[in-house]
Design a protein around this ligand. Sequence first.
Ligand code: GSH
Length: 80
Amino acid sequence: MLTLYVKTGCPYCAKVLAAGEELGIEFDLKNSSDPAMVEELIARGGKRQFPYLVDSDNNTEMYESDDIVEYLHKHFGKEA
Ligand SMILES: N[C@@H](CCC(=O)N[C@@H](CS)C(=O)NCC(=O)O)C(=O)O
């Protein structure tokens, strides 16, 4: 399952969401408007920064929108 921590209005999150849409990926979205989700994010990744991807099937978690987009294409793109 793919979980994406996002913040409304965040352009980096929008970039990842657009890549997900292009690839037909459905994320379990967790929004920063929920303080419990922010605490969960910090506990997982160590800092408050959006977006943050969790791929529980591959034991992979990461910040950085460019890295996330690259990861999505690599694992869920046509050539994956
Ligand atoms: N280089 C990062 C930048 C991410 C970033 O700056 N995210 C902002 C929101 S647009 C953030 O999380 N700021 C902390 C906050 O809003 O609490 C990326 O490309 O993912």
